[in-house]
Design a protein around this ligand. Sequence first.
Ligand SMILES: [Zn+2]
Length: 603
Amino acid sequence: MTFSVRSCLFMKQEEMVWDLSQLVASTDPADVQRSLEEMVAEAEKLRGVYHGKIGSLDTKHLLELLECRDTYTLRFEGAVKYCSLMYSADSTNDIAKQLYGAARTAVTKSEKLLAFVDIEVGKLLAEKPSLATDPMLAEYKHYLEKLLRKVPHMLSENEEQLIIVKDKNGIKAWETLQSDWLSTRVFEIEIKGEKKTMTYGEIIGLFQNPDRELREKANQIVYEGLGKDEIVWASALRSVCDDHMQMCKMRKYPSPMTQSLIDNDIDKQAVDSLLNTVLKNVRLYHRYLTLKARLMGLKKLANYDIRAPLPSAPETEYQWEAARKEVTEAYGEFDGEIGGWIEEMYTRRHIDGKVRKGKTSGAFCASWLSGKSAYILQSFNKRMGDLYTQAHELGHAVHDYLASRAQKPSNCEVGSCIAEVGSIFGELLLTEKLLSQAKTREEKQAILAMILDEFGIVTFQVSARVFFEQSLYNTIEQGQFLDGETVAELWVAARDKIYGDSVTWLEVMKWEWTMKPHYYMANYRFYNYPYVFAQLFVFALYKLYKEQGKAFVPKLKNLLAAGSSKSPRTLAIEVGFDIADEKFWEKGMKQTEEFINMLEETM
Ligand SMILES: [Zn+2]
């Protein structure tokens, strides 16, 4: 009896640690190294055969080349994933460090060796655009269409190389400076009579503390401190944005957003209709914020309450087994096949949930295309949030299961607008399940607040960031100088467009833009709207599911199985909607309204 309990506990611990050996034929580090060397050698071979010759390929040989590259991807994917996953699970492990370093070097080398493929295929397409619709290349149709959209903005090979070299100490250096500067800031704060010095990473942990006064104090200290360095942040932001404007002119992009639209495989009309819908519905968000204030016993929320937990939220602990059961059932009730895959993720030990030193913070899902599966990392701390993270990452895994079965690797690089569909949909399936089981009013409120807080931030607050980005470029175009105060004014104006007077802001929150790393990331402009897109898109899909029931299931599966072989607009049309039409986005808002109504009914 004692023995069986012990072995059962042991099993549970084991199940929380992933088994990476499935990724490789041999886990002997020397064999893994050999695979990586082979990967580089194969890339060299491919280059030897095709470099400088793609322009003269006929359709049959172009197909051969694309298939050859896909086979190459599948062949070495396991070894590369093995090294990077092993390292993310424990960066203190010496073998992991060594293999990770070797894998990074091998990947960089191979990428450099094969970079010519897209460039040369792009040139070939520019000369023969009809190739994109050639029936023989049907499986690569959308991949070629996307490449064709990029061609007019490519510069000569020499210019592109010069840009890479100059960016290293140009905009990339500003990006590094922002992140280094932020991570080395320290803040003095008094907690329960004790003076503490905290780094930025530590002190922001207090932003969601149940103690309201502490939340306020932490916000005040952080943003006041960051505001003092306005000259650093403004110089970095101004340079990154101005560089982008210059590059847009050189690359002949009609607007600062065009590059991002091409990268996200979407058109301006759809983004406009999405953002218009958000603006038309700010009152719906305000309604939720007012309800949340009531639940917190406040007249009005302050900025440091927007993401705060409800004081009445029960502190339910979820054991691994219980989490596994809830999540598997939530997916299984939606679709049997998907439920089976979720079950398999646990039984084949593809999830690493164990908390350990040296493990990457946060959570992710890494696709494993050649195994037609995925691997998930998270630190499972038994909270409701961890349960949601697990459901979220497993939604990404479902996407991988479906796409890897239906598509070539070239069609599995899903853009940001669609990449979160499986994961957010999974969160809603879990919400449905938890709500149906909730026994108390407080439990229901905690679940609904969790989903609505997230929706509010991602749909509304992130839209404010899109408006902010737009205003930065407008200001540069008008020839105005972006100093710290000017940028702060632009941020406050964008923020107020969403929040109006529904929330009270600390004066120092005008410096909120200073710490967002994405604003400073080189060649990563307009990264915000895909989040808004994904969130509202999934809420609209979920509403459709509620209306259509089981008839909707194959539609979602087809959408996910398409990978990146179709544009988001085409995918939506196949479900019966046009994303350029506000009516579609309104459906997402309707679903939100239903959740808000449910919350109101509990009060
Ligand atoms: Zn995700």
